[in-house]
Design a protein around this ligand. Structure first.
Ligand SMILES: [Mg+2]
Length: 372
């Protein structure tokens, strides 16, 4: 049997509507999520899909920039490339242009989807098999008011969710500290709570929050300060007993190692868009485990079930999954796969179909395609 080669490769910018606007640290308000979707086709007729959310504050890449890099630099590398030589293809992609981790992520995920379809196995089998029987799903609370967050948390807990993340750095810090205590009182001791300020806090507020959060039993406090502020993050880590977590600061494995060695973090948020896709995230998860860091695997807000599927396969296969997974497709008003992946009793069942195991609706992809 001759190995299939890639004969068509397309990068498609999409804008997907969120079911509800979301607030991020610093009071940014999002109503839509922008992603680059990649469609690859082989001469054997297989089609594979990948996705990467555009997150300029996370990777420095905008959607138009990702599309341009994909069209001009990355996709030409795939022309007539033998599919089964994925690692060789990715070395060529990395040599073609430094950085651009999100654009590379969309291609990487599509390559894994295609490989799984070629070998007729799920991506988790390509990654070495299952390491656990469930992947705890974190639910994001990002409403305009604290009362809405509290009510939503109680509803989600009744659906089986055990991990909750609140947004911090949006409202006055005293209100956010009071909200944590209220949330703990409403959800009880078994719920796992964490907070993410998305770089939106000042040092004093962050230290105050870290101290106060300990009494609410906060699992971790994520990225209170700007991504370059290592000294500040060390102070937050020393301010209280709340474990600190890097997200925007954890650009790559080198940053993860440096921040761990500096004593700034107890854990790290790993995203496929920061690490270049499935292969890069797996490497980072293994290194983080060796360093004694806890990990959470996360999509950027509003990725479709393509991005969620990649995250779920990784969640089932990384060596340690201390802080669960944070998919985001459940916050979309419309998805681009026929059977969107959804949490069931606090986990997402492992997709058993070939490749990513999701069936992309090409009509929906076209519907949400935008010009950039
Ligand atoms: Mg974060």
């Amino acid at each position: 049997m001759t190995a299939p080669v890639i004969v068509r490769a397309e990068a498609i910018p999409v804008s997907l509507p969120l079911a509800r606007p979301q607030l991020m640290g610093g009071s940014q308000r999002f109503t839509h999520s922008e992603s680059l979707v990649v469609r690859l086709e082989t001469d054997s007729g297989l089609v594979g899909w990948g996705e990467a959310s555009a997150a300029p504050t996370m990777t420095g890449e905008t959607l138009p920039g990702m599309k341009l890099v994909a069209d001009r630099v990355l996709l030409p590398v795939l022309e007539r490339a033998p599919l089964i030589e994925r690692a060789t293809i990715e070395r060529r992609l990395d040599r073609a242009i430094p950085g651009n981790s999100a654009a590379k992520c969309a291609l990487n995920v599509a390559l894994y989807d295609l490989l799984g379809r070629h070998y007729k196995v799920p991506v988790h089998a390509l990654l070495g098999g299952l390491a656990r029987t469930c992947v705890p799903v974190m639910h994001l609370l990002a409403n305009a008011t604290i009362d809405e967050d509290l009510d939503e948390a109680v509803r989600k807990q009744a659906e089986g969710i055990r991990l909750f993340k609140v947004k911090a750095g949006v409202k006055p810090v005293v209100d956010e500290i009071a909200m944590l205590a209220e949330l703990r009182a409403r959800l009880g001791p078994a719920a796992m709570l964490c907070a993410d300020a998305n770089t939106g806090m000042g040092l004093q507020d962050a230290c105050d929050y870290a101290c106060a959060a300990a009494s609410a039993g906060l699992l971790f406090f994520e990225q209170p300060l700007p991504d370059h502020d290592l000294e500040g993050m060390i102070k937050v880590a020393q301010a209280g007993s709340t474990p600190t977590c890097a997200d925007e600061s954890a650009h790559d494995i080198d940053h993860i190692i440096a921040w761990q060695r500096a004593g700034a973090i107890s854990g790290v948020n790993l995203k496929t868009i920061k690490l270049g896709g499935i292969a890069g995230l797996m490497r980072a998860a293994i290194v983080s485990g060796q360093l004694g860091l806890k990990i959470n695997l996360a999509c950027k807000a509003g990725e479709s079930s393509i991005g969620t599927a990649a995250l779920v396969h990784l969640g089932y296969t990384v060596p340690n999954l201390d802080w669960g997974i944070t998919p985001s497709s459940q916050y979309l008003a419309k998805d681009i796969v026929r059977a969107p992946l959804r949490p069931v009793d606090g986990s997402i069942p492992v997709p058993m179909g070939d490749g990513l195991g999701v069936d992309v609706d090409e009509t929906a992809v076209e519907h949400f395609r935008i010009a950039v």
